[in-house]
Design a protein around this ligand. Structure first.
Ligand code: ADP
Ligand code: MG
Ligand code: ZN
Length: 616
């Protein structure tokens, strides 16, 4: 992509400023340049000089008389004017006939105006400008140049050979299909006009972070072969009220001139947040003005001309409803987290950029990376390549990829051992507790790996479960099983050591979240199908907030506690009935630090007999 940049201030511009300053200095410090030297003499002396014939020219005005000396043509004299009726006669006799016209060519009127008016004005402007730009820079205000407000710095992306195309965006087939229509319209607007189909004016790409929204928009630019104006919402937010609005105006002006074209506003939620009308002091005003300007411009432009608006956001619920009205961003393009097939495709797209060894299968990697976004998958490939380089290999192996999935999910392995043996043993039992509870229940995802190698993320160990198939729906029983599995770690610690540790904090958090959702959102308690929570930021982790009376809230808390307690007891029963397996597997994990899924199944089915006291 090529970027269009506004031209820099020319060298001449700075020369001009320097020249001005020099002129000004001259005017004040060396006034002779502009005004001739005039020497003051006594009136008597003047008369005497007239008599002696030394005066060539005389200028008489209201208060003074200026005259020139024949001997020194550049020097002038002046004297005060007296009520002297004889002067005219005396001058006439001396042969001086001209005495009305000014003789001293002082500064020309133009030059004098320049000096007295224009120059100070320019100086002030210059000063103001320097001040403003240094102010703007200190405040970190993007442009840094005050005078350039009103000019937007919208970047124009023009299609180029190294541009991103739809082929670079894996998965996201629905989104691509919808965008293809827009591209097609830009290529061939007549086809649509003939049938009378109206292409939507604006399309809003919504989805969680890292799913390829920005990438898709760039791909549209690559495919469409029309000018592409791209700007991020945060670039509109300026220090001065009105500048954001000016940028919007300018962006659309540019776009109208270049139609057909695409205007893309990334992270539109920065300017498109709901207006609350309160408009506190400063701050909000600017954002609202910018948004209002955007709405006005969207209504203003001619849809048939072929200016198409694209925008991306990961908080669609916070957008002002006015933006989503028909005729504005009336088409919503969901860009969701990739499914199993999508993940595999994304891995393959990014794998093209690195050397992949033979026999590498992406299927299992994609399965293990359930829930990962496109950006995370791209990161995994890169991590795998880095790992291969670190280990001095020429190509990426299956193992590198698998390890990189764990790195992205759980953080890097911590090299220096920080666990004491006692801690290691506790962690072993904790993790086997999770794995055993999962394996002993129907319908849990199979365990694929258990490890007690600490991660930089803070996890001391973890149990990886990979679903056999992509799962979109969860039954009540499955959620309950999952909660039981989460409590399994703590249960094992309690059963074996009769004391509990802080290691279960993350499990507790997850279990509580699941149990609460069961009660408040999934209608899986005796509250029935009653929504007790509203979820905001669906794409950013989903913050839930209670939407019920305080009395109900207290009941909800009680229900949540009940659900977790029931599952804890279930896990306790399961593990208590399989102590032999628990001891055997924990010992194995303690010794080997990692157990694969197959090893785990084998040991579970044929646990070796261990003597008493294996735990210590
Ligand atoms: P978003 O704007 O949705 O937050 P981006 O478009 O910035 O996400 O994606 C970040 C990076 O992740 C991209 O540059 C690309 O390398 C990778 N990526 C995300 N989704 C995909 C996808 N569907 N196909 C290929 N790469 C992807
Ligand atoms: Mg983005
Ligand atoms: Zn745990």
């Amino acid at each position: 992509m090529k970027e269009y940049k506004p031209p820099q201030k020319s060298f001449l511009y700075y020369c001009g400023i320097v020249l001005l300053v020099m002129l000004l200095l001259n005017a004040f410090v060396f006034p002779q340049l502009f005004t001739a030297r005039v020497e003051e003499v006594q009136y008597g002396e003047f008369l005497q000089m007239v008599d002696e014939g030394r005066v060539s020219q005389v200028e008489v005005d209201e208060h003074e008389i200026v005259f020139a000396d024949t001997a020194t043509p550049t020097g002038y004299y002046k004297t005060g004017r007296m009520e002297d009726p004889g002067l005219a006669r005396q001058l006439y006799e001396a042969g001086i006939t001209q005495y009305g016209t000014p003789i001293v060519q002082q500064v020309s009127p133009l030059a004098s105006m320049l000096i007295s008016w224009v120059l100070p004005l320019l100086l002030f402007m210059l000063l103001g400008r320097v001040l403003m730009s240094s102010l703007a820079k200190r405040a970190g205000g993007g442009a840094g140049n005050f005078m350039s407000f009103g000019k937007s710095n919208a970047k124009v992306y023009v299609q180029s050979t190294d541009g991103i195309r739809f082929a670079d965006v894996a998965g996201e087939d629905e989104a691509k299909e919808l965008l293809t229509e827009i591209v097609d319209f830009l290529h061939n607007p007549k086809k649509y006009a003939e049938i009378g189909a109206r292409i939507p004016r604006g399309a809003l790409l919504v989805g969680p972070p890292g799913t390829g929204k920005t990438l898709l928009a760039k791909a549209v630019a690559g495919e469409a072969n029309v000018p592409f104006f791209s700007m991020s919402g945060s670039e509109f937010v300026e220090m001065f009220v009105g500048m954001g609005a000016a940028k919007v105006r300018d962006l659309f002006k540019q776009a109208n001139e270049k139609a057909p074209c695409i205007v893309f506003i990334d992270e539109i939620d920065t300017i498109g947040k709901k207006r609350d009308g309160a408009g506190g002091i400063g701050g909000n005003d600017e954002r609202e003005q910018t948004l209002n300007q955007l709405l006005t411009e969207m209504d203003g432009f001619d849809g048939t001309k072929g200016v198409i608006l694209l925008a991306a956001t990961n908080r669609p619920e916070s957008l002002d409803p006015a933006l989503l009205r028909p005729g504005r961003f009336d088409r919503r393009i969901p860009v969701e987290l990739p499914d199993l097939q999508g993940r595999e495709e994304i891995l393959k797209v990014h794998a093209k950029k690195v050397k992949i060894g033979p026999n590498v299968e992406f299927g299992p990697i994609a399965r293990a990376a359930a829930g990962a976004s496109g950006a995370e998958l791209a990161n995994m490939i890169n991590e795998a390549a880095l790992r291969a380089v670190r280990d001095g290999r020429k190509a990426v192996t299956q193992n590198d990829l698998m390890e990189s999935v764990e790195v992205v999910i759980a953080g890097y392995q911590k090299k220096n051992k920080i666990l004491s043996n006692k801690e290691k043993l506790i962690v072993s039992y904790h993790e086997i507790g999770h794995a055993l509870v999962a394996a002993l229940q129907e319908g849990s995802a199979p365990v694929s790996k258990i490890t007690i190698i600490p991660r930089t993320s803070g996890a001391l160990g973890y149990t990886m479960q990979v679903e056999k198939e992509e799962q979109n729906l969860m039954s009540k029983a499955q959620i309950e099983n999952k909660i039981a599995t989460l409590t399994g770690g703590r249960v094992a610690e309690d059963l074996v050591f009769h004391s509990v540790t802080t290691g279960a904090s993350n499990d507790i958090e997850q279990a509580t979240k699941l149990a609460r959702s069961m009660v408040t959102r999934f209608g899986m308690s005796d509250f029935g199908m009653m929504a007790l929570e509203t979820v905001s930021n669906a794409y950013l982790g989903g913050d839930a907030s209670l939407a019920c009376s305080p009395e109900t809230a207290a009941l909800v808390d009680k229900k949540v506690e009940e659900v977790i307690r029931t599952q804890y007891q279930k896990a306790e029963q399961l593990l208590a009935g399989h102590m032999r397996e628990l001891h055997a597997l924990a010992k194995h994990l303690y010794e080997h630090e990692t157990i694969t899924g197959e090893e785990f199944m084998q040991l579970m089915e044929h646990p070796p007999l261990l003597g008493e006291g294996a735990a210590e």
